[in-house]
Design a protein around this ligand. Sequence first.
Ligand code: GLN
Length: 538
Amino acid sequence: MAKHIFVTGGVASSLGKGILAASLGKLLQARGFRVTNQKMDPYINVDPGTLNPYEHGECFVTVDGHEADLDLGHYERFLNVQTHKVNNITTGRIYLSVIEKERRGDFLGKTIQIIPHITDEIKRNILALGQSGEYDFVITEIGGTVGDIESLPYIEAVRQMKWEMGQDCLAIHLTYVPYLAAAQELKTKPTQHSVKALQQSGVQPDVLVLRTEHPIPDAMKAKVGLFCNVSPEAVVQCVDAPSIYEVPLNIKDERLDEIVLQKMGYDLKHVAAPDLKQWNDFLQLRKTATKEVRIALVGKYVQLHDAYMSIRESLSHASTYQHLKLQLTEILSDEVTPENVAERLRGYQGIVIAPGFGGRGISGKLAAIRYARENKVPCLGICLGMQCMAIEFARNVLGYADANSSEFDTQTKHNVVDMMEEQKTLINKGASMRLGAYSCSLKEGAKVRAIYGKEQISERHRHRYEFNNAYAKDYEKHGMMCVGLNEKANLVEIIELKDHPWFIGVQFHPEFSGTVLKPHPLFMDFIKAADAQVKNQA
Ligand code: GLN
């Protein structure tokens, strides 16, 4: 049975509960514990798959095909451990499951209520992870802010679990301590109110983490502890860090891991000290890199920082390991035209064409791809980006002016990207998207084969349309090689261009598989090629 740690948030949203939870997970893992992170999202959507990235940032995909909250991406990148559907629960899923049980008659005529039925379902989902026997700790982040109507059933579930599990269950509350410039003072009143709100729901936090822009004096921490019934040493600060990857070290300085372990009954004499060597090496590389690598990411959700979170992080990890400093510019595909593309993309050493859904911004992506292809700029196309590579090549090299994906034009004669009959063998009945990890075999002699260093790979998918195999020969005759295949369904997963320094399109999402300690080989090689690009021009 695992021990359970909860992370709630108060005062404001966006304080970084996910990063705090992942960082604590990292520290416990570094001491030899087996840890997993879980996120409870209080919204009514069954999963974030249908949410516009502008609403909720990137939709992360787990190996088992769950469309998940982007915090799961942080968990995987920090802990280097894969997450699954059970790691992300929404209120919609909880209610759906309870209502399905009710319709089946599982409740034997009982009146279905929030307590105990909804809370029991929440607890079942939290405990399920712990009962797998795979983990010593399950760290569950409760989305939203304490006081929200939506999060009340989750807080109630925390209350019950704390009552039932005693020392094996611990609650951490993350709040914000604002600095009032006019008064030149840090203010703890919002924290006190937030803890009051939590206490009103019957949850006494064991540890308070105060997010702040300025260091908090010990006397102030002690005062907060006194007001909130928390021992003074269990009130810790989390000062803004230049990078999310420094947060584990910051909270280690505050001894958060020790406090948590002691409160959960561990004798620190019998627990290994955290081994963060590799993590520190990574941070050291980041700090000392001075040479820049300039990358453009062409996509349609560029106004929101979180929309391409995993791509940004993957590029950043790959740059770090090559001792380069990533200079990433996100370019709104809607604004790119054949007329301005040279001006917009000049000077970038590599171009990434983003995934996406729907027709907005497609012509800009096509213009960017043509520019990269003709000017021999390293170019990585991801999912829709790969499909656009196929469309651009068909239009400008194969000579099919009307080539398109049937996502954007159902009438086109040259449907080079289409809904394929073969793909139906891979998709669960009723679902229309290919989701989760699928295997792919890499052709001998292909650049991707050398990049991965093996023949069989497995990568995560999230799409409806596929490269149309009927055109494969035509593409290959003109130098665009179909080098990655899903053999089971005979689907093309990777295309790469001959006679180009680096031009690769992948139908899957490599950005979901890289972690801090294990950067993804495709991003690594792309950044290497981008770095070499300048040398070529010099
Ligand atoms: N819209 C495309 C499809 O459904 C690509 C999806 C994506 O980029 N994730 O196939």
